[in-house]
Design a protein around this ligand. Structure first.
Ligand code: AMP
Length: 469
């Protein structure tokens, strides 16, 4: 196995990797980086969580640093297309992290926010552009984006792009690129449509693939409740009483959310410990130790803090907030069902989280049974989910947007925003669940549908909300 030092990365990148705390390259990095540094095209099969962003960002940065730079105004030399603004923002952050010691400007472009600052940034000059297709095409159409000097083109999460109906947009972008360039295509899955797309613009690519780090564990019983945000605490409280919970981890999106929930539970005499990055090392260790020896029954944690918790007695995992990365879902629910035991993973899905639920189901290739057996079932969240439309502002994006506005990053467009391109009517190519009330309804759900607790809504529930648009 190669170390980072053996991958022939230049000093500024090695130092940035050290600063990020990476000790060795992940398998996808081991496989991709040498081929990409050699100038080959790469077709990569890897999911989020495998380190795929660094696998393409490091070689792209190295090429930009070592290749001859065209004179004149700073032209866009690397273009990364991403299906969603969340992913685009993450990729932008990665370029910032890895390129810290290099003099490049990266910028993230997506729809739903004013285009003025974006146009200004483009005028000032950008080396690396990360974009969702819709806004990119809009600005290209208005003459604000020149792709005539792009030497590196990355298509990330290509399967999701196709699912969202971006195929024509991708083709239109590719047509504007110079013929001579390096191409990278990354996709979590490799269906025929992706192979075909790859055939149209990759030149004799090196194929790299990693098996997903985790697949959803079959014996874990998974269910989801559609619920308004404000009802989540009560539903959790109710389930803690109703279900046979030995020990549980409750995952929240934010540290603040974790603290707030612990306090709320405490007021109802439910003892829980919070575990997140703001806690001191000592406090974290005490919480984990208390949980391990059974003194603490409930741990309310953020993703960051949950890595590496391997405790046999965890009978339940609650996704109080759904993660925006499907990998995190798999990782979280894997905290239960340890050592051959059964486990239950119960997720809460608010209206602003329905897109995440769909992503999770697509990645795990499993449908999660909807549990309506509670007084707070949210019809509107379920309808949005069933429609296949993504929420206007997904959970988590607003916070980042506000944070970015306050922080004012120097080289990025900053945070989230609306839009993500033309996703208002995503094409539905599988992975969806057109009829939410169809009980067993196909699709390889792993649970045992006959045991599901489905509310009988006398006379059959209307399915109008699930109509396709
Ligand atoms: P990605 O699959 O690109 O979304 O990366 C998943 C996570 O892994 C990110 O938080 C990266 O910061 C982290 N990561 C990427 N490469 C490495 C590495 N070689 N060692 C440790 N962490 C890494």
């Amino acid at each position: 196995m190669k170390t980072f030092a053996e991958l022939d990365l230049i000093g500024p990148l090695q130092r940035a990797i050290d600063a990020a705390g990476y000790t060795e390259p992940t398998p996808i990095q081991q496989q991709s980086i040498p081929a990409l540094l050699d100038g080959r095209d790469v077709l990569g099969c890897a999911q989020t969580g495998t380190g795929k962003t660094a696998a393409f960002a490091l070689p792209v940065l190295q090429h930009l640093a070592t290749d001859e730079r065209p004179g004149g105004r700073r032209p866009i030399r690397a273009l990364v297309l991403s299906p969603t603004r969340e992913l685009a923002a993450q990729i932008g952050e990665s370029f910032e992290t890895y390129g810290k010691q290099l003099p490049f400007r990266s910028f993230v472009l997506f729809g739903g926010v004013g285009q003025r600052p974006q146009v200004d940034a483009l005028r000032r000059g950008i080396d690396i552009l990360v974009a969702t297709p819709g806004r990119l095409l809009d600005l290209m159409g208005q003459g604000h984006v020149d792709l005539g000097h792009v030497t590196h083109f990355v298509l990330d999460e290509a399967d999701r792009m196709l699912d969202m109906g971006f195929i024509h947009d991708i083709r239109r972008v590719v047509r504007e690129l110079p013929k001579k360039r390096q191409n990278l295509l990354f996709s979590a899955t490799m269906p025929r449509a992706i192979e075909e797309l790859a055939g149209t613009f990759l030149d004799n690519p090196v194929r790299v693939a990693v098996t997903p780090p985790a697949t959803t564990v079959e014996r874990i019983d998974q269910s989801v409740h559609f619920i308004e945000k404000g009802d989540k605490p009560r539903l959790l409280h109710d389930l803690l009483e109703r279900l046979d919970v030995e020990q549980a981890i409750v995952f929240t999106r934010t540290k603040h959310g974790a603290n707030r929930l612990v306090k709320w539970l405490d007021q109802r005499d439910v003892v829980a410990a919070a575990l997140h990055g703001n806690k001191s090392q000592g406090a974290r260790e005490r919480a984990i130790q208390g949980f391990r020896n059974g003194d603490i029954r409930l741990l309310v944690a953020t993703d960051i803090a949950s890595r590496g918790i391997d405790i046999e007695g965890v009978s339940h995992v609650f996704n109080y907030d759904l993660p925006n990365e499907p990998e995190s879902y798999v990782h979280r629910i894997g905290r239960t069902g340890r050592a051959g035991r059964a486990g239950m993973a119960v997720s809460f899905c608010g209206e602003d989280e329905t897109g995440y639920l769909r992503d999770i189901e697509r990645t795990t290739r499993q449908r999660i049974e909807i549990d309506m057996e509670n007084p707070w079932h949210s019809e509107s969240a379920e309808r949005l989910y069933a429609s296949g439309r993504r929420p206007a502002v997904p959970a988590g994006v607003r916070a980042r947007q506000e944070g970015a506005a306050a922080g004012g990053g120097r080289r990025r467009s900053g945070g989230g925003g609306g839009g993500g391109g033309r996703s208002s009517g995503p094409a539905r190519q599988g992975g969806g669940r057109p009829n939410p009330s169809g009980n067993a309804g196909g699709g390889g759900g792993a649970g045992n549908p006959s045991q599901r607790r489905r509310r009988n809504r006398g006379g059959g529930r209307s399915n109008e909300g699930s109509s396709r648009r």
